[in-house]
Structures are given as C-alpha cells and as structure tokens.
Design a protein around this ligand. Structure first.
Ligand SMILES: Nc1ncnc2c1ncn2[C@@H]1O[C@H](COP(=O)(O)OP(=O)(O)OP(=O)(O)O)[C@@H](O)[C@H]1O
Ligand SMILES: [Mg+2]
Length: 884
C-alpha cells in the first residue's frame, strides 16, 4: 500500500482513517464521495471541517447541522472545549511525529493489561490515534451547565437539563459515583450521554438487552452521536476492535462482554479515556429486584479495575453511574453494596410518580379467547377498523405467527361468545394455581399453567440476532417519533396542571399489551388483527427478522398494538404510547411499573390498565430460582396481588410508596379509585370475630392439647396444616348465617386481617395469599374486645367479586355496599340458599358429609377457653410462646 492508499480497498482506507483518529461517520462519508484514497479522504474531511468552522461563526443553525453531518468530534469551533483527544485534525498531523515515542511507551507500559492480540495496536497506529496520553482531569469550567444546555439544544433539541440530571452530572464532574433513581421516561439516559459529548472521552454503558441497546444507539445516531453496541454472541472483530480503539463516543455493552473486555477497556481508559461507566437498569444487580441477572453482580470488578490505585495513570477513579426507575429501598442498598460503589456515592432520587398516567384495575378471566371480545372491545372500537378483510391482511403482515396458527383459528376469536364468570370458579378454584405451583407440586417452582418454553425470562441478553452493531450519525427518519423529542416536557406535576389532565381526552397513539406467555401474544395479536387492528405479536421465540420489523413499525407508528411478553419492556422509549394493558398478572410491581412506564412519555394523558383474574391467586412463572430467590419472587408476586385487590387507596400512591417514596400529593386524581371512590366501609366485626375464633380455637386446642374438635385430628383429616378453606368450612358448620359466604370473600377478609396484624401466615412455604392463618397476640387481644366494637373495612376486590357473578367490576362497589345492611344481606343469602338447594336437587353434586357428632362448642365456650389460655400464659411466661 502506498501512502496515498492507491491500490487498497475502501474498507482498508476507512480502517486507516479511523486509526488516524478521524470520526467514523466523517470517514464513511468521505470515502463514499472521493473513493478509496486516504489522502483524498483526508482532504475532503479537512476541507469539510474548515468550511464548517467558517459557517459556525456566520450561521449557527447550519453549523449545527453541518457539525452533525460530519460528526461532533470533527474539529470545528463548536467542538466541546473539554475535549481532550485532539484539538484539531491539523494539530493531529503536526503532533503525529513528536508523539510517536510516548505512544510506544503507552504500549510498553501497558503490557500486562493487554492479553488479547486484537487490541495490541501497533505503535505507529497508536501514535496516530492517540497522540497524547489522556488525562482524567475534567477541565470543563464553572459554566458547564451553560455549555451543556447549549449542547443539549444543538444535539437533542431540549431546552435545559432537569434538576436530577444536573445533580447526577455534578456528581460525575466531582469524580463521584452516583446512583440515579428516577421515574421511567424522566431522561436518565442523558445523565450518561452528556459526559461523552462534553469530554470527547468514551462512555461505557452496561445494559441488559440488545434490543434496548439497539434502540438507544439508533436514537443517538439520529442526534449526531456515534455509538455502538457489543453483544456476547459471535465476535465481530471490526466493531469490537474499533470500539476498543475509541472510535465511538458511547458504547453499549452487556455485562458478560464488559467482563471479558476488562483489559482492552483499561487500555482505552489510558488512551482516549473513559469518562464514565454507566450501569443502566441497575436493578438487575439485585436479587431482590425483578430482573435479577447474576452477571450484573460481577460488575463490582469495575470499581477495582478502573480505580486510580489500580491504573496509575489515573488521578481519580473512573466514576460509576448506576441508574434505574424501579428500586425499592432494599434493592438500592443491595446495588450500592454489590457494585462496591464508593462510600461517597451520591444518591440522586426523584419522585417515581408519573402524574399523567391513569392507573386502573379490571377483572376478567383472561384465560380464554372468549374473554377477548369483552376485554378488547373498546380497543377495537378505538382503532375503528372492523372489516374482516383488512384484518386478515394484518394477520399475515403483523402477527408474526404465520405457520403456527391458522387463519381460521385467528378469525374464530371474532365469533366467540362472551362467557361470564360462572359458579365453577368457586372455592375449589381459588387456590388452584397456587396449589399447582407450590403446594401440590411440593417444591416445584413451575405452575402447570405455564410451560417453561412459553414464557420469556431474562436469561440472555442476545434477544436479537444482531450481536454487534455500530451506529453512524444519520439523518433523522421523518416518521420516527423520537425526532420530535424537543417537544417533550417534564410531566405536569402541579395540581392545576393535573386538573387540566383530568379534562383531557386520551389522544391517539399506540398500545402495548403485556401478557405472560408467548402463546398469549400470538392469540391476542391474531384476534386483534382479525378485528381489523394493526397488531403484532412480540416474544423472544419469534423470528428475529420479525422482531426487528415490529420494532421498526412500532417506532414509525405503523403498528397500533404490540402484544408482547416482557421481552418488549425495559427502555422502550416511544413518546406517544397512549395505553399499556397488562393482560394477566404481572410478576411484580417493579415489572408492572417498569412496563407501565412505557406509556405517556410525552407527558400527555395515558392509560395503564391491569386486566387480571381477580378471583384467582396468581402463580409464579417458571424460571430457574434458588430457594432464596423463590421466596423473594413470591413476596413480589404477593405485593402485586395486593395492589390488584386494593380498591380504597389511590393506585399511584400505592405504587410510589412501594418504592419507598412518601407520596407528597394526596391523590393522583386520575386512577379508578380516585375517580370512583372506594367501596363503602363496612363493619365486619362479627365476621372477623368468627374467623378469629375458629383460628384461635384450633391453635388453643393444639397448645392445650384439648380436643375442641372432638377427637378427630385435623392434621389427619387434611394431612397438612389447617388452611383457610378448612376454617371457612368450620364457620359454615357453626353458623347458618355464613353458609353461603364463599371462600373468596373470607380470603379477602383474612388478607385484611393479616394486613392489620391480627393473623399471620403459619406455613413456612411461600404464599401469595395467606393460606395457613395463625393468630397473633394482637389477634387474640382483638377477640377480647367487646362485641359492639366496630371493625370497619373497605371490602377488597375479591370480596366484592364473590358477591356478584355477573356484574362488572366497577359496579361491584354498589352491590358490596348493601352487604352491610342486615335486611339486604338476609335477602341475598336467602336467594343464594335457594339457588344452592336447586343445584342440590339437580343431582350428582352431593352435599359434603358433615359429622353431626363433631359439632363445635358454641362461641361463648371458645371465647372462654381462649381467655383462660391467654391469662394462663401471660401469668406463667409473660408472652404467648406458642405463637411463632
Ligand atoms: N432535559 C430534558 N428535557 C426534555 N426532554 C428530555 C430531557 N432529558 C430527556 N428527555 C427526553 O425524555 C425521554 C425519555 O428519556 P430516557 O429514555 O432517557 O428515559 P429513562 O429515564 O431512561 O426511562 P426508562 O426508565 O424507561 O428507561 C426521551 O425521549 C428524552 O429525549
Ligand atoms: Mg432508560
């Protein structure tokens, strides 16, 4: 190859120019225009840059565009003053000769860290690329905020930084580690993107999903920032090698890869410089979080390997910035500890509250296609296309299910009839999922409802087949919604602005439906397509080309609905998503809030609807978990279940308080609870009393070795600890009044009593809903209270549902109100009894055999016995030791 590069390929010229330190995008453009000649390309770039420099002074708008077109790091006057790499391309050439020696020294000094041949850049190359060793001083000046704001306007079209972004950047400028906890869609990415723009050094972003990295790189490219992502699949040495040589301002890496690249990254830190390690979606670090990724935990090596004590050329440790939108207090502590973040780590917390999101919960069986018509009818009306012909076209185009489900199957959903919840889903079914999942299967984590290959779990980052990708600066796509990001505002927080939101109608925009299984994505997408909605399925089992297509069409607003598993979750940043529907129970509130956070990122009103079978206790989706993780998973699922059952407290309040935030606004004013109000409080003293009595009596009998149950061992009869179902049957035997009150209702009451500390779970196995109730001391005290005292509670969703078979959830509250009135209750019970009799008269279902000789003593006796035991215990031991 001669000096002019004649006789070499375009690729070699590009590679040579990049090694010389030119920006990737400039090089590609130059080679496109002048062909495979190094000198001509240099000329082209230099002239282009010089022309841009002149324009900068005369016309700032066009200069911004030109700088964009040629890559930000081209030497124009608009380059950041903090840029250390080289002040101009001309200087670069002048300095090339004199810096050769120092660059050689770089290689020599850095012998130990470099193990991988591909990163052992020859001395001549390194001298071109990195004329001076990089300093880690951040000479950005006191007016950095001003600089950043103008950069922000030019590069991203935003007017100013948000206060939490300023805080995070201030910590970074002070070389401090930082943990950023800010709501979904609040703009956390800018906190780590700005350092790359401001210094010209590289920012390494650790991210859990390739699709997420892809989205972010694409967006950066449209904003004129070169970026790349590296996955853990087949190595494409070009991008990885270039990245390690510092060709990209921002590089996204999955945790597995960053651990493999420690030595080359140390080299990069020495040469171009690493401004920051950002660990995005950092809740993945924590075992207590919802997307635990073991490799995230191993990232603690970053603190050690990139500290000033390890890398002698550094004055300061390279800061770590960890970011998430969903971390409870426990998760935050775990993050700081697991990543070995410094003791001086700055924790930047903003409110998790998203004031423009309208949360609601609805009941549906969701288990069959027959529910779709009812549940998605409104959605179909909104998108307003009901022609079957159009629908069929979309089945082929979008559903991604071609070959797996026939068209006939798909359209059949349209003809299905609405099946109302029926009696079959009674006592026996309430616990069925949980029993399948954890009790009957004795320790198996998997519910029979789901098969492991039917659900998406974060096992691998390579959710796409694009293992490697580089993103050169691009012209903005005219249809991509993120181009208009400048219009994006802070969501309205003040009361008057929220009142304004109340008056708003939901604007047009796409919907994401989250479902638990891959099969659901296909079924629902097919159904919607058959109704004329432009819908597509998205799950990790579908063809990669299909997934890419869905991403593209979703961002280009071609798709109206994406029906997805969690694979389409984290980081999706599309401004105008108007509706997030969770169809089926999410596995945790973290996952729920994370996914709901895809809605309304433009600050305008958006709906977040949870449609789930509120009559059923949800089960865990299969995943490989340790015993400790299983326990935590149950805890999270249980919290999620309680969120769905709640109907008396503002939903937004419940959500932000879950993340440890004190809700400063009294109410969100938008959610279904705020709009409809809670169901009327009822005095359930009598019901709570009787439940407490049968529970306490059983435990008293065990303690006292008395035979309250007339000799028959309950353990023998049930072959396990007595559960709520057994206590409810006991109540039914004892009191005619409660003969028709079903288990679902008692389940709700037990949960409320557990919440008030009167009973607790007595089983060491994991449960979503209290199953083996045991009395607490407070519960026993409760029994001593006078009968005329009140126990006012708002009946929860399952209690209201148990009282109505056909009413829609929103109207249950009225029905429930009547339950407190003895006359109404009497009439309803009468009606239920006659229905039960009729059923019995029909035949085969025989009434359960009850042994009349084993009738319980009356309540007075029980109460007396409990009082005696309590007194005896408090005298002898001072406390009830038999209570665990
Ligand atoms: N200072 C700002 N002013 C206006 N808009 C901003 C600002 N900072 C960020 N944004 C916009 O906010 C949107 C969301 O940003 P980003 O994707 O970084 O959110 P996030 O906090 O990372 O959310 P998630 O937790 O969902 O990943 C983007 O479209 C971005 O352009
Ligand atoms: Mg983000």
């Amino acid at each position: 190859m001669n000096g002019n590069g004649i006789g070499i390929s375009s690729e070699q010229v590009i590679s040579k120019l990049i090694e010389m330190g030119f920006e990737n995008s400039n090089v590609i453009e130059a080679v496109k225009v002048v062909g495979p000649s190094v000198d001509d390309a240099v000329d082209y770039i230099l002239n282009g840059c010089l022309r841009n420099s002149h324009r900068t002074t005369s016309n700032s708008t066009s200069s911004a565009n030109n700088v964009k077109a040629l890559g930000r790091k081209a030497p124009s006057s608009s380059c950041s003053s903090g840029q250390k790499r080289q002040s101009s391309i001309l200087e670069h050439f002048q300095s090339a000769g004199r810096t050769k020696r120092s660059a050689t020294a770089v290689v020599e000094q850095s012998k130990p860290p470099l193990s991988d041949e591909s990163y052992c850049i020859k001395s001549t190359t390194i001298s071109d690329a990195f004329p001076v060793e990089c300093s880690d001083e951040l000479d950005i000046g006191p007016d950095w905020e001003h600089k950043v704001n103008s950069l922000l306007q030019k590069q991203f079209g935003h007017f100013s930084l948000k206060s939490f972004q300023i805080e995070a950047l201030t910590a970074w400028l002070a070389h401090q580690d930082c943990l950023v906890l800010a709501a979904t869609g609040s703009g956390k990415s800018l906190c780590f993107q700005i350092p790359a723009l401001l210094t010209g050094k590289v920012v390494v972003v650790i991210s859990p999903l390739i699709s997420l990295m892809h989205d972010q790189c694409l967006k950066l490219a449209t904003h004129g920032v070169s970026a790349c992502f590296l996955g853990s699949g087949q190595p494409d040495s070009t991008v990885e090698t270039k990245a390690m040589r510092g060709s990209y301002g921002i590089m996204y890496i999955c945790p597995e890869t960053v651990l493999r690249l420690i030595n080359p990254l140390q080299m990069l830190a020495k040469n171009r410089g690493i401004a920051l390690f950002a660990i995005d979606e950092v809740h993945c670090v924590s075992k207590w979080g919802h997307d635990f990724r073991p490799d995230y935990r191993r990232l603690s090596v970053l603190r050690e390997k990139f500290s000033a004590s390890t890398l002698k050329f550094l004055k300061f440790d390279i800061p770590l910035m960890a970011l998430t939108a969903t971390a409870t207090l426990q998760v935050r502590e775990d993050i700081l500890k697991s990543l070995s973040m410094s003791k001086e780590t700055k924790v930047v917390v903003t409110s998790f509250f998203r004031p423009n999101l309208r949360f609601s919960v609805k009941h549906s069986r969701t288990s069959s296609q027959s529910s779709y018509k009812k549940d998605f009818g409104e959605l179909i009306d909104i998108y307003g296309r009901k022609t079957k012909a159009g629908g069929k076209k979309h089945i082929q185009e979008f559903s991604g299910a071609s070959g797996s489900i026939s068209e006939a199957d798909a359209t059949s959903g349209n003809d299905s009839t609405d099946v109302e919840d029926c009696d079959s889903e009674r006592d026996d079914e309430i616990y069925s999922t949980e029993q399948n999942g954890s009790r009957i299967s004795k320790g198996k984590e998997m519910s029979v409802e789901y098969l492991e290959n039917e659900v998406d779990v974060f096992q691998s980052v390579d959710d796409w087949d694009v293992a490697y990708g580089e993103f050169c600066v691009q012209a903005p796509h005219k249809d991509c919604d993120f181009v208009g990001a400048s219009e994006s505002m802070d969501p309205p927080n003040r009361l008057e602005e929220r009142n304004q939101l109340l008056k708003e109608n939901l604007e047009e925009g796409p919907t994401i439906i989250y479902v638990p299984t891959r099969k659901d994505t296909l079924n629902i997408a097919k159904y919607l397509c058959s109704c004329g909605v432009k819908a597509a399925a998205y799950n990790a089992g579908l063809r990669k080309s299909h997934l890419r297509q869905v991403h593209k069409e979703f961002h280009e607003n071609t798709l109206e609905v994406v029906v997805a598993t969690i694979a389409f979750g984290m980081g999706i940043d599309k401004l105008n998503v108007r509706r997030i529907i969770h169809y089926g129970w999410p596995q945790s509130l973290e996952a729920y809030y994370q996914e709901a956070g895809r809605a309304g990122r433009d600050g305008k009103l958006a709906d977040c609807i949870l449609i789930a079978n509120l009559k059923r206790v949800p089960s865990l989706l299969p995943s490989k978990r340790t015993a400790e993780q299983t326990m935590q998973a149950y805890k999270m699922l249980s919290d999620c279940f309680r969120y769905g059952m709640n109907n008396s407290c503002c939903r937004a309040q419940k959500l932000v308080e879950y993340f440890g935030e004190k809700f400063s606004n009294e109410k969100c004013l938008l959610c279904d609870v705020c709009i409809n109000g809670p169901p009327e409080a009822q005095n359930l003293k009598e019901e709570a009393d009787i439940l407490m009595q049968v529970i306490a009596a059983y435990h008293a009998r065990n303690f006292d070795n008395a035979s309250y149950y007339d000799g028959t061992s309950i353990r023998q009869r049930y072959r396990e600890k007595p559960d709520l179902r057994m206590f409810v049957s006991k109540i039914r035997v004892q009191s005619q009044k409660f003969i028709a009150t079903d288990l679902l209702w008692w389940q709700g009451l037990a949960r409320i009593m557990e919440g008030k500390g009167l009973i607790r779970e007595g089983d060491d196995k994991n449960h979503v809903q209290i199953t083996i109730p045991e009395p607490t001391e407070l519960g026993l005290e409760f029994l001593q209270r006078k009968e005329d005292e009140t126990f006012l509670v708002h009946p929860e969703a399952d209690m209201l549902l148990s009282m109505s078979k056909s009413e829609s959830y929103s109207s249950f509250s009225d029905w429930g109100k009547g339950w407190a009135d003895p006359e109404i209750r009497r009439q309803r019970l009468e009606r239920m009894r006659s229905q039960t009799k009729q059923r019995k008269g029909r035949g085969p279902r025989k009434p359960r055999k009850r042994n009349s000789s084993k009738q319980s003593p009356d309540m007075k006796t029980v109460r007396g016995r409990i009082t005696a035991i309590t007194e005896k215990l408090s005298k002898s031991k001072g406390k009830l030791t038999w209570l665990r």
